[in-house]
Design a protein around this ligand. Sequence first.
Ligand SMILES: *Cc1c(COP(=O)(O)O)cnc(C)c1O
Length: 368
Amino acid sequence: MEFIDLKSQYLSIKEAINQRIQTVLHHGQYINGPEVSELEEALCNYTKAKHCITCGNGTDALQLALMAYDIGPGDAVFTTSFSFFATAEAIGLLGATPVFVDIDPNTYNICPNSLSNTLLNYNGNATPRAIITVDLFGLPADYPAIKPIADEFGLKMIEDAAQGMGGKIGDDYAGTFGDISTTSFFPAKPLGCYGDGGALFTPHEDIADKLRSLKNHGKGTHKYEHIRIGMNSRLDTIQAAVLIEKLKILESEIEKRNNIAALYSQRLSDVAQIPTVPENYRSSWAQFTLGVHNRDKLQEELAKARIPSQVYYPAPLHRQTAMQSNQILVRSERASQTAISLPITAYTSPDTIELITSSIIKRHHIQG
Ligand SMILES: *Cc1c(COP(=O)(O)O)cnc(C)c1O
């Protein structure tokens, strides 16, 4: 058993993927080929976002989003402490100051009350400019509560949907909740390619134009005119071709992941804290994450039974050496000690879920 089984997916759509890659190999436009804009359009159709701009990876996407609002030294960006490092790294890389906010322990996402308290009590020197929310493990953050806070404090909303593609609140898709939303196509994400890739979404036309310039060496209207300092951040044509085919099956894959998540939850609700999906929300189940006591012991025992698991994340961001933060955020700290993620893909069989859950239940009954 593998933690993330990418081969089963490939085998199920092998012909289509191979065909698409062959087409690119033959037309030869390996950079900025027609598949790149075809994908951007398909992503707009899927998410109902107004503008989509592909880029090199999800970390670049976050950096570009902050650059689009000229965020840098002297600026503060408020974000969750429970995420992959890149979320905070992009803030630090631009010389801005990350201010960490605690999570809702039920969803692992940024807690709106903590956010508004952190903003009200903030007395740092840097000027508050933006909030970066994360759709952690595939579940959209609490945007109905967070957006009014962003408006009240005059902050830009940046949605880090690296794990969130396919998540929804009502009819609204991840990728549409921010002034800018970012995503990653790293292979293990809900929508992944066969290398690195990323994208940005925005409803604002001026920001879309600026992002297209920023990702392309600060390009002006002519090829060799540069009007700002930008980056070189492109999605390869071959990766775009792969993603066009994968996007076609994303919706059905997410339905299957939801069935598996329901099965896991049903089996494990007596022995662990199962993940909460609020009413009207859909998770894309980038991860299925349990809260358990003796997490490390459980992981050890699962490994002995050859059941792979992962710990996302063993330390909250404010505890990372690189962040030099002295904040104390108890719920993020607790989650980093109790969370454990189990294998979940659209191709995981009910038998496999039975094997994994019975192993966890058996251990629970032995240890009490
Ligand atoms: C994966 C991830 C990123 C970074 O994406 P890359 O494509 O690996 O650069 C950023 N934020 C979150 C929450 C992620 O999970």
